[in-house]
Unconditional design. Structure first.
Length: 326
């Protein structure tokens, strides 16, 4: 690990101003950043610690939703009674992520900003456009079992690793940010994470000199909430495919559905066409097939990850059957 300076921020604006300077990294839980520093994927000249900022509250909003401070730990968010009762999909997604020790440290803001788990991104001897723009992508012809089947580009086929963000995408969360002038703004989570295109090194809509201060959830939509994660191990493993679903149904008919997918794309993935196909439709195999066709429109594998396409179909069937069971 290379030497770096360390300071604590006294305010979010001070932290945002520091983050504007090249080589400066914000640290909160550090559960991803410290690994990246040990491997020299990240080599910051300075760390600015935001752990003492008052961003660790979960508050009710006047609209009937929740405002989650950026420093709320994943374990605290999963255990909050309001989250468990009204946003069960989020609580379950959080508990499906990482390990208990990591969830105790990892923060809401940091979870959104975690980097891909592509093996080649972490190996500085291998070409990787995300780590070293223009160097190539070792995963394209390499070991790509965990990589994307939707939303990828010739420059990068990495997936986003978060479970929490998948549930937040289904819940239409908004990300609150503040810049170095103290101006706050809100980014819908659908626009927060970017597809790689020709610039896979730019992963989010966060601009230099902006930091996340909170995530807000609108009031919970009606319906049964499920988070299903398919992975190689029962714990402490990233999703091969995950589905966050909120399905409102009665007497064998679906009124409305929201679904977000993890493990498939460089960002939590949603298909408006799939959700439209489920609205006011009978809860049967033909309907589920149409929804899966819509989700997987344009999907293609790279050899090692071809299995994700049929796995997504089966997982979606199972989730829709569970959420529409009378
Ligand atoms: Fe790098 Fe993306 Fe290719 Fe992985 S998939 S090696 S992160 S460019």
């Amino acid at each position: 690990m290379k030497a770096f300076s360390y300071q604590r921020a006294d305010s979010a604006v001070q932290a945002a101003a520091a983050a504007f300077r090249p080589g400066v990294k914000i640290i909160a839980g550090g559960t991803n950043l410290l690994d990246l520093m040990k491997l020299q994927v990240e080599a910051p000249s300075a760390l600015v610690d935001i752990n003492r900022l008052p961003l660790d509250k979960i508050e009710d909003t006047s609209e009937g939703g929740l405002r989650i401070g950026a420093l709320v730990r994943n374990s605290d968010l999963a255990a909050d009674a309001r989250v468990r009762q009204r946003y069960g999909v989020l609580s379950r997604a959080l508990l499906a992520g990482a390990s208990a020790q990591l969830r105790n440290k990892a923060t809401t803001g940091g979870n959104l900003l975690q980097r891909t788990r592509c093996y080649y991104f972490y190996d500085i001897t291998k070409p990787c456009n995300k780590r070293s723009p223009g160097s190539g992508c070792a995963a394209l012809a390499g070991f790509n079992r965990i990589h994307a089947v939707l939303g990828a580009s010739d420059h990068c086929i990495a997936t986003h690793p978060s479970d929490m963000a998948v549930a937040m995408r289904a819940l239409d969360a908004n990300v609150e940010v503040v810049d170095r002038q103290g101006v706050t703004s809100t980014i819908p989570i659908a626009e927060f994470h970017r597809l790689p295109g020709t610039t896979p090194e730019i992963e989010t809509a966060l601009k230099p000199g902006e930091i996340i201060t909170a995530v807000t959830l609108p009031p919970p939509p009606p319906g049964a909430q499920v988070y299903r994660k398919v992975r190689d191990r029962a714990s402490y493993a990233f999703a091969l495919v995950s589905v966050a679903a909120i399905v409102d149904s009665a007497q064998g008919r679906i009124r409305s559905a929201r679904m977000a997918f993890g493990g498939l794309a460089p960002k939590p993935w949603r298909s408006p066409r799939a959700e439209q196909s489920l609205a006011n439709a009978p809860a049967n195999t033909a309907t589920f097939n149409r929804a899966a066709d819509a989700v997987l429109e344009g999907a293609h594998g790279f050899g090692g990850n071809d299995f994700k396409i049929p796995l997504t179909r089966r997982t979606l069937h199972s989730v829709l059957a569970e959420t529409t069971r009378a």
